[in-house]
Design a protein around this ligand. Structure first.
Ligand code: ATP
Ligand code: MG
Length: 391
């Protein structure tokens, strides 16, 4: 067993010594069986949250209502969730309330996909009620139980299906895919933020182009912000040369494919509830992409663009199969006399000391100097710049 599991073993043992049942569950079990990197382990137990808290010195009430306590043990934190079922899915979203149960089977039944419904005990034995091991072997994502029912309970699961397709390089089970195609409109009930998180994971996963094709084929794409009626434009995505690995690249590519005008990028990003910082980065990438398709950038344009946007735009152009001489652009950027305005050898005070009057003209002159330094017409020294002002 990997180190993360061995480190968590005493936590399970502590629960067992308290005469409770305890299992590793969910994504972490799936991921060790696949030999994937594990970032966190989830633990399920028959103990109630209060009982869990009594067994450990340090704990945090992460989601007590839903039965989750985070336990701090040996410098690590573990989410321990009481076996539960969910009931009363009112409007295709999260359940109204959870009911704690005493056995693992009920808990596994509520989980979304068979590969996510595996549990492992302290002896390393796997509990597999829904042929999840078989599906792992065949690289299949199948809903636990009737997919139609499960998507009506929680429509986000449809996005999770294509997200796992992309991340794991799996296919969808036939009935699961059909149920998505038949019920894609339910996605409208889900908050944009939750859809976005799954969309991004799908878009930047290793199998994103195949997953995106299914996202289009099942018409899930019709029920997310600004994609309605756009499947023709978006159908280029599955044909891209590579999958984006950066979120900024993903959004930039989508915006370019959708031919969204510059002044509408902010609206698009807000519709998806993206952060201002993300929106800013993406706006800059798309703007520089447009510039690159129009002309070879000047040194000053490279300076204004900056290294981060330059590299991100090269990434985007590469994925879109747009020819750019990336090496030349990077070399030219690296050779710029200054990369930052504060690297200029002079400032406003220097100009004043050399006889320039304060006012709007000073700012203009400073900018002119900066441009000449960047283009190599003027040496970035006080002497050279001083001489330039006098002349
Ligand atoms: P990741 O590697 O992205 O964390 P994960 O499988 O651990 O993948 P989580 O969202 O962390 O996914 O959820 C943990 C587990 O909880 C899942 O493996 C699944 O068993 C269950 N689960 C999560 N979301 C849902 C849902 N919407 N419906 C049913 N079960 C869910
Ligand atoms: Mg997880």
């Amino acid at each position: 067993l990997p180190d993360v599991f061995m480190a968590a073993m005493p936590v399970l043992k502590t629960l067992e010594d308290g005469s409770f049942e305890a299992y590793f569950v969910g994504g972490s079990v799936r991921d060790i069986l696949l030999g994937r990197h594990i970032h966190d382990v989830d633990i399920a137990t028959s103990a109630y949250p209060e009982e869990v808290k009594e067994l450990f010195d340090k704990s945090i009430d992460t989601g007590i209502k839903h039965g989750t306590v985070t336990v701090l043990y040996n410098g690590e934190s573990y989410e321990i969730t009481t076996f539960r079922t969910e009931s009363g899915y009112q409007d295709f979203r999260r359940p109204d309330h959870v009911t704690f149960v005493q056995n693992l089977d009920e808990d596994l039944k509520r989980r979304d996909f068979t590969i996510n419904a595996l549990a492992m005990n302290t002896d390393g034995e796997i509990v597999d009620l829904f042929d999840g091991l078989d599906d792992l072997h065949h690289q299949l994502i199948r809903a636990v139980g009737n997919p139609e029912t499960r998507f009506h309970e929680d429509a986000l699961r449809m996005m999770r299906a294509v997200r796992f397709m992309s991340q794991l390089k799996f296919s969808l089970g036939e009935k699961t895919e059909q149920a998505i195609a038949d019920n894609h409109e339910l996605l409208k009930k889900i908050s944009v933020e939750r859809i976005r998180d799954e969309f991004v994971k799908m878009g930047i996963g290793p199998n994103s182009r195949e997953a995106f094709q299914v996202f289009l084929d099942t018409k899930l794409s019709e029920d997310v912000p600004d994609f309605e009626g756009k499947s023709e434009l978006l159908s280029v995505y599955p044909k891209l040369q590579f999958s984006p690995t950066l979120e900024t690249s993903l959004w930039s590519i989508i915006i370019i494919l959708l031919k969204i005008q510059n002044d509408k990028i902010g609206k698009f990003m807000r519709d998806w509830k993206n952060s201002n910082a993300m929106t800013n980065d993406v706006e800059q990438i798309v703007a520089f992409f447009d510039l690159l398709s129009d002309h070879v950038p000047s040194d000053y344009e490279l300076f204004i663009t900056g290294k981060k946007t330059l590299l991100n735009t090269i990434d985007v152009a590469h994925i879109l199969g747009q020819p750019v001489d990336s090496e030349a652009l990077v070399d030219r950027y690296l050779a710029l006399p200054i990369k930052n305005s504060n690297e200029l050898a002079v400032d406003g005070r220097f100009l004043i000391e050399n006889g320039v009057r304060p006012g709007p003209k000073l700012g203009k002159l400073l900018n002119e100097i900066k441009q000449k330094v960047i283009s190599g017409e003027l040496e970035n020294t006080e002497d050279a710049i001083g001489e330039y002002i006098q002349a």
